[in-house]
Design a protein around this ligand. Structure first.
Ligand code: SF4
Length: 240
């Protein structure tokens, strides 16, 4: 993609490239199969059934990094964290901390807007068993690198250990984080200072596995987002 183009035009191109991508035949096939077979509760809906682009716009304070679209969530609705319980948890915390205009996230026409924030995934197609292969993650990483450059966030919030590790790998590649003898370990509430006054935060993924078991609670998730607000404001006051 040409770097001489404007940021909004590169963002538009990136979104289109993702939607039309077919680099991972296994994942494209799975997305289509899920869309064809459907879950009974959604049998009258038209599933999206293809790669899911980023949600939000470029140049933001916060970039949230998830793992992959849910088979009957984003792979059905076509928007990150939309139409499943993970999204309910995520957008509730985001609305409470000023990163979203509402908590409701059901479909592309529900009026949800992000504020100074964008959401991406390290894998943009719903994978079987929610497990993309290392080769599939590698295929998708150029989209992640481009997203990072275009979003230019102060804070990156990785949801879960896989997103954390993939984000650190990419940050080293693009020079936002210097390779250290021991890579920072993932944990809920972890904070890693990056180059140029940026930060990486970690949170447990708001999957049902974590929220049903009480491993992740609403106050825990709210605290991570409040920390993101603090770091963005701090960065703003230092650069003014
Ligand atoms: S996972 Fe990424 S690279 Fe693979 S087909 Fe989907 S969008 Fe393309």
């Amino acid at each position: 993609m040409s770097k001489s183009r404007s940021t909004p035009s590169r963002w538009k191109q990136l979104q289109s490239d993702v939607i039309h991508c077919s680099r991972c035949p296994r994942l494209i096939d799975h997305c289509k199969t899920v869309a064809r077979e459907k879950r009974r509760a959604y049998e009258n809906e038209n599933y999206w059934g293809k790669p899911v682009p980023n949600f939000g716009s470029p140049r933001v304070g916060l970039l949230i990094v998830g793992l992959a679209p849910g088979a009957h969530g984003a792979n059905r609705t076509g928007r990150m964290f939309t139409g499943d319980r993970s999204g309910d948890w995520l957008y509730r915390a985001m609305q409470r901390t000023g990163f979203a205009n509402q908590q409701q996230s059901t479909n592309l026409q529900d009026g949800l807007k992000l504020i100074n924030c964008a959401i991406t995934n390290i894998c943009r197609c719903a994978p079987p068993q929610n497990k993309p292969s290392p080769a599939e993650l590698k295929n998708c990483s150029p989209y992640f690198a481009e997203t990072l450059e275009l979003c230019d966030p102060t804070v990156l919030l990785a949801l879960g250990g896989l997103a954390w590790n993939a984000t650190l790998r990419e940050l080293i590649q693009i020079g936002w984080f210097d390779r250290t003898p021991r890579r920072p370990k993932f944990g809920h509430g972890e904070k890693v200072p990056l180059n140029n006054n940026r930060f990486l935060l970690g949170s447990y993924h708001p999957s049902q596995q974590n929220t049903f078991t009480g491993k992740l609670t609403n106050p825990m998730l709210n605290r991570v987002f409040k920390n993101a607000v603090k770091l963005i404001n701090q960065n703003r006051s230092e650069t003014e």
